[in-house]
Each structure stands twice: as structure tokens, then as C-alpha cells.
Design a protein around this ligand. Structure first.
Ligand code: XBP
Ligand code: MG
Length: 248
């Protein structure tokens, strides 16, 4: 295919941000507000079913029958989430969350080949910028023509809105692009936007149903750190290069 753009998901795809980043930041925000809520690693696994931090907080209160200190749950979730975003940025800027293997390499390969770059995420825009600046390079947000994030669209993943928005901004057809995702909701969002999707799974998403993905790998891999092909048909390869993506 004439691959014109790569559209990256962020959390779980570029970096393992959830367990030691977002989760910790949520818990710190809960403590700030005097709440005894604590999202354990296991509980957070279940909560990840809902994309978006504000939506996840509301889902937690409703599903687990947790008393909310404020009647207006939506407004309270927004306040908590603002505090959470501050804590998340601090964690990211401390350099505690590295990129996953192969991410920097693949982005560089795309840049060198003139393949355009975009992001489609449910995370807050400022969280994405902090992660890119800290892990890739201070000017790396400029490498991405579109950073489609957070509340810019009405419906978060698994709805396709964020991918449709990114495609519209890129002014490209889905067949010109590949989405790189890590989760079931992310895959559903990309597939509904008619995008060919590569899954790089992680500890939180290993059990997800990835039917419909063009390729599923355990990580993008590096020349000296091979990845495993979980499903999909490609010629023998040891890591996910731009050439491999162009062949799917
Ligand atoms: C992952 C998410 C996000 C993060 C938290 O998004 O669902 O909600 O968990 O980020 P993706 P916010 O995989 O699409 O990058 O608190 O900023 O929403
Ligand atoms: Mg993700």
C-alpha cells in the first residue's frame, strides 16, 4: 500500500502510562480531596473498560455504588480530573514513564520516509504534549501534524470520532493510513473509521479480543529486541519496521 500516515494511540501504545502514571495520579487526586478511594492495579484493569478520565471516575461511582460527596457527579469528576491531570504531568515530567520499545525508532523511520504522523487519543491534550516532550524530544509535538485528543470530539473510544477527526484534519482517506493501538476500545474506534490497525498489546490488554486487527504484536520491537507476532500474516520479521507496515 502507499502508506501516507501513521496514526498513533497514546496510552498503552506509545508508553505504558496507565498503571504507574494515570492510576497513581487518580489516587493522588482522590487523596487531595480527602476521599478514601483507592484504585488498585486489578481494579484499574476493570476500570480501563471506560475511556477518558472524567468518564472513568463517573463510571466508578455509579458501578461500584461509591457515595459521591457532591450531588453533581459530572462537575465533581471534572474537579477531581483537573487535580489528576496536574499529578499526571508531574509524574511524566519526572521521567518515570519511558516509551515502549520500537516507538522512537518507528516514528523516526516514518519521519525519514516522509510518512505523516498523527495522534488519536482519549487522553487530555496537555498530557500528550508532556509525554511527547519528555520521552521523544522537546520539539516532538511538532512532528505530529494532528494531535487529536480528549474532549475535542463528543464521543470517546470505542466510538470512531477521534479517528474520523484525525483523518479529516490530515485530509486523507482511511486506506492511506494505519492506526497503531493497544486495546479493544481503541481497535473498535479505528476499525469503525475503516482504518487498518496494528495492535501492540501490553499487560493490561493481553486478554482483549483483537479480531479484525491486521497484525497483533507483543511490542513494536527493535533490531536487537525482537517482537512476537501474535496474529496476522506478514513475511518473517523480527521487529515492526515501516517496510512491514507498508506490506500489510
Ligand atoms: C487512554 C484513556 C485515558 C487515560 C487517562 O486513552 O482512556 O482516559 O486512561 O487519561 P488512549 P485522561 O489509549 O486513547 O490514549 O485522564 O487524560 O482522560
Ligand atoms: Mg490505548
Amino acid at each position: 500500500m502507499a502508506l501516507k500516515a501513521l496514526i498513533f494511540d497514546v496510552d498503552g501504545t506509545l508508553a505504558d502510562t496507565e498503571r504507574d502514571g494515570h492510576r497513581i495520579a487518580f489516587n493522588r487526586a482522590f487523596a487531595d480531596f480527602g476521599l478514601d478511594w483507592n484504585w488498585s492495579i486489578d481494579l484499574y484493569h476493570d476500570l480501563l473498560e471506560v475511556a477518558g478520565g472524567k468518564e472513568r471516575i463517573q463510571h466508578y461511582v455509579k458501578t461500584y455504588d461509591v457515595p459521591s460527596p457532591e450531588a453533581d457527579l459530572k462537575a465533581f469528576a471534572a474537579q477531581l480530573h483537573a487535580a489528576k491531570t496536574g499529578h499526571y504531568q508531574t509524574l511524566v515530567k519526572e521521567g518515570l514513564i519511558p516509551l515502549r520499545p520500537g516507538v522512537q525508532r518507528l516514528i523516526q523511520e516514518a519521519k525519514d520516509a516522509g510518512v505523516r504522523l498523527a495522534i488519536a487519543t482519549t487522553s487530555q491534550f496537555e498530557n500528550v504534549i508532556a509525554l511527547l516532550e519528555t520521552t521523544l524530544a522537546p520539539d516532538s509535538p511538532n512532528w505530529f501534524e494532528v494531535i487529536a485528543a480528549g474532549d475535542i470530539v463528543p464521543q470517546k473510544k470505542p466510538a470512531p470520532d477521534i479517528y474520523l477527526y484525525a483523518l479529516e484534519q490530515l485530509n486523507l482517506e482511511p486506506e492511506d493510513c494505519i492506526a497503531i493501538e493497544d486495546s479493544y476500545p481503541g481497535l473498535q474506534a479505528a476499525l469503525q473509521a475503516n482504518l487498518k490497525t496494528v495492535i501492540t498489546m501490553n499487560d493490561y490488554t493481553r486478554q482483549h479480543d483483537f479480531s479484525g486487527a491486521a497484525l497483533v504484536v507483543d511490542q513494536l520491537g527493535e533490531p536487537d529486541q525482537p517482537c512476537s507476532l501474535i496474529s496476522g500474516s506478514v513475511d518473517k520479521f523480527s521487529y515492526l519496521s515501516l517496510k512491514t507496515l507498508q506490506a500489510i
